[in-house]
Design a protein around this ligand. Structure first.
Ligand code: C5P
Length: 404
């Protein structure tokens, strides 16, 4: 999204179902709400409604084929994906849901969705039996876990003669969801978010270190999502193998002491601090400037305590910045999170139980959002979805603080 652009763009993807005619109403509704709307259709959708209909309604070219001549030299599915503040698929067939769930991109619509970084809303419409099939439900779950927002189909008489679930949701309901996502796409505009991520490595000598298994995925997902929502983001990360998220200031450090220096250098300007780094609590008290020879191996390594960066930020905070910490525990998760909340003067703690398989190095996690007066348990979710849910709460805290 281009934060300078006033009008937001919603890309509406229409697939081949009888409900395609209702996409006309959806498009008009979105335009009435002030959005620029661009339509992309599957070949099958054009059997139900012609591209000319949408072209006339939107005043914009309608994309159908990957191979059509383009008015400019840009690759169309990529430019469409980049322009989208929100993508809405309505109606979405079982076939397209299945393709998206497997990352397939064999036409204009699926290629655009795969290339899009914007949130995707899916409004399925199909025969009841197709909707209820476990394979369809498994595909829906897979997409949900990756952050796709589903608008459940309604019940009623279907075009095939069956009565049951499968009707496309009301266009106004779909437009409401699109508007909510579009609002979310800018809810951190003007906010400076500082994120710490990854492990720290505490060197014993030039080649050996004490570290931990943190992959940095959660912190990177938070930084990326915050930037997408309009925040100015600084990401201070320990050693990880992840690429720089787009539009984020990335500061790569190695040790806890370096992380503290980099975080404090940016703290003054920060409105929000999200400390997801797994900072090593101890470092070797001495550093050997040359590699320690096998024959010289010490019997014990003397450790020195590292600073608690987040606790120090909490102490330095005058109530201006919102502070969010993480808590990885193996038991009594909420109770320990509350202790951390108070001890480090935090607004929110994202707690998770690392006694099972989830947590470090995984794509998914199960967290509890703990504040002074609430504990919200969430199901197992992709780390990107957790990032989005966390930032929903942060955005609410930011606007509450502004209103004070
Ligand atoms: O106390 P504990 O290490 O469990 O607290 C975890 C939270 O504190 C995380 O948000 C982590 O990023 C932060 N932390 C820190 N500096 C440390 C240890 C933890 O900023 N030395």
């Amino acid at each position: 999204m281009n934060p300078k652009r006033e009008q937001q763009t919603i890309v509406v993807g229409v697939t081949g179902g009888i409900g395609a005619y209702k996409a006309c109403e959806l498009v008009r509704d979105l335009m009435r709400r002030g959005f620029r709307v661009k339509v992309v259709m599957t070949e099958a959708a054009t059997r139900f409604v012609t591209p000319l209909t949408f072209r006339t309604l939107t005043g914009e070219p309608v994309a159908v084929s990957l191979w059509a001549d383009e008015p400019d030299s840009r690759v169309h599915h990529i430019s469409l994906a980049e322009e989208a503040d929100v993508v809405v698929l309505a109606p979405c067939t079982a076939n397209v849901i299945a393709k998206l769930a497997h990352g397939r991109a064999d036409d204009m619509l699926t290629t655009t969705v795969l290339a899009a970084e914007a949130p995707v809303i899916v409004a399925p419409a199909m025969n009841t039996h197709m909707w209820r099939k476990d394979i369809t439900q498994a595909n829906v779950s897979a997409l949900r876990a990756r952050g796709f927002v589903f608008i459940e189909p309604g019940k009623g008489a279907l075009a095939c003669g069956d009565v049951g679930e499968g009707r496309l949701a009301d266009p106004a309901t779909i437009a409401d969801a699109a508007e909510a996502e579009a609002r979310r796409a800018r809810d951190l505009a003007g906010v400076h978010v500082l994120v710490t991520a990854g492990p720290t490595h505490e060197p014993l000598d030039p080649v050996r270190f004490i570290g931990n298994r943190s992959s940095g995925k959660t912190g990177f997902a938070i930084a990326e999502e915050a930037a997408r929502r309009g925040a100015r983001v600084s990401l201070v990360t320990g050693p990880v193998s992840l690429p720089d998220p787009f539009g984020v200031e990335v500061v790569r450090v190695t040790t806890a002491l370096q992380m503290r220096a980099a975080a404090f250098a940016r703290f003054e300007a920060a409105d929000v601090v999200i400390a997801s780094a797994a900072v090593a609590d101890f470092r070797p008290a001495t550093f050997a400037s040359g590699k320690i020879k096998k024959s010289d191996a010490p019997d014990a390594v003397v450790l020195a305590r590292n600073p608690d960066i987040l606790a120090e930020l909490g102490e330095a905070n005058d109530g201006r910045a919102i502070l969010v910490g993480f808590a990885a525990e193996t038991s009594d998760v909420v109770a320990y999170a509350r202790e951390k909340l108070a001890a480090k003067r935090l607004d929110l703690v994202v707690a998770n139980d690392v006694s099972g398989e989830l947590g470090f190095e995984t794509e998914e996690n199960r967290v509890v959002f703990v504040s002074a007066d609430s504990a919200e348990e969430r199901p197992v979710l992709d780390k990107r979805v957790i990032a989005r849910e966390l930032l929903d709460r942060v955005a609410a805290l930011v606007s509450a603080r502004k209103a004070r």
